[in-house]
Design a binder for this molecule. Structure first.
Ligand code: G3H
Ligand code: 13P
Ligand code: ZN
Length: 331
């Protein structure tokens, strides 16, 4: 058993209290390799932002849970080396699906876990989430639960309201489970194709405009659990310049569309305290790597393409912190 406190990591409790009071959101960035980790830490040190480092099940399989944990431990030291005396870094399990997985992460030094029972029947979601909370809280680890299923691109986001979080369930869910934060479904979804063109309208320039997030549901939830930290998954904005670069240099991304940044800014100033961004980072890295491969086809030193990918990622993260989440200058 390793406590995250020995590693210099923090849980989300104080982070969320400050974010709620200051009307901003903590960035939750996924990582599974060195360059992503370097980009995240460089960005948060330069912007003076707290951060949640997220590890998905897929990341654990790809990179090994032990290596990722040591990387997070190294990240704390790296941030200090870059000049941040008191880095606020949380190591979080993204979309944990079993008690055993959450326990394993807690036992090896994670400071926060998500137990995603959103696909289960309501009572089963409560039972599983409560089990994780009981274990996590013994170790002062914070827990994120989820209510409502994120719409997939195949779903009709506008019409299929049954996938949205039901505000009438939130008081019962947070009270009976004891979770520290709640992920909700108000129209975001994972990946780079969040809406079909049919679900969008077009502006005068012919650009696709996605349907707005359901702020009415968010407001109803805030009324029922005032001051309770809310989490938004699936919050990449899918920058068109990255998509264009990828396609210009041989990629084939079709109808890629994300959540407009002004909507995320609005969410960040509400009870939304954590905003999850993964796909935008993937797009930034892929665009940079494709450009190097195109411009320098004789290059075969991975540092020559992973370096530019890392730089592009860092710029993207700084932009998110400064202009979307508002978590800059908070430490
Ligand atoms: O929510 C999903 C995250 O983007 C992580 O994705 O499971 O492919 O690592 P992944
Ligand atoms: P995106 O795919 O929109 O980046 O969402 C990431 C996420 O929610 C990770 O849990
Ligand atoms: Zn997610």
């Amino acid at each position: 058993m390793v406590s995250y406190k020995e590693l210099g990591l923090v849980n989300t409790r104080e982070m969320f209290e400050k974010a709620m009071a200051g009307k901003y959101a903590i960035p939750a960035f996924n990582f599974n390799n060195l360059e992503q980790m370097q980009a995240i830490i460089q960005a948060i040190v330069e912007t003076k932002s707290p951060v949640i480092l997220q590890v998905s099940s897929g990341a654990r399989k790809y990179a090994n849970q032990t290596l990722l944990r040591y990387m997070a431990q190294g990240a704390v030291e790296y941030a200090k080396e870059l000049g941040c005396e008191n880095p606020q870094i949380c190591l979080h399990l993204d979309h944990g699906d079993t008690f055993e997985l959450c326990k394993s992460c807690i036992d090896m030094g994670f400071s926060s876990v998500m137990i995603d029972g959103s696909h289960l029947p309501y009572e089963e979601n409560i039972k599983l989430t409560k089990q994780v909370v009981e274990y996590a809280h013994q170790h002062d680890v914070t827990v994120e639960g989820e209510l409502g299923v994120l719409a997939g691109v195949e779903d009709d986001v506008v019409a299929e309201s049954h996938t949205y979080t039901r505000p009438e369930e939130v008081v019962d869910f947070v009270t009976r489970t004891g979770v520290d934060s709640l992920a909700i479904s108000i129209g975001t979804s994972h990946g780079a194709n969040k809406f079909t063109p049919e679900q969008c309208t077009r502006n005068e320039k012919g650009q696709l405009i996605p349907p707005p997030l359901r702020f009415d549901i968010l407001e109803e939830i805030e009324k029922r659990i005032p001051g309770f930290p809310i989490v938004l998954h699936g919050s990449s904005s899918v920058p068109q310049d990255k998509v264009d670069t990828i396609n210009q240099y041989g990629g084939k991304l079709k109808d890629a569309i994300g959540i407009p940044e002004d909507q995320l800014r609005r969410a960040a100033s509400s009870a939304v305290c954590k905003i999850n961004i993964d796909s935008d980072g993937r797009l930034a890295m892929t665009a940079a790597v494709r450009k190097v491969f195109h411009d320098s086809p004789a290059e075969f030193d991975p540092r020559k393409y992973l370096g530019p990918a890392r730089d592009s990622l860092k710029e993207l993260y700084k932009h998110k912190v400064n202009n979307v989440l508002g978590s800059n200058d908070k430490i």
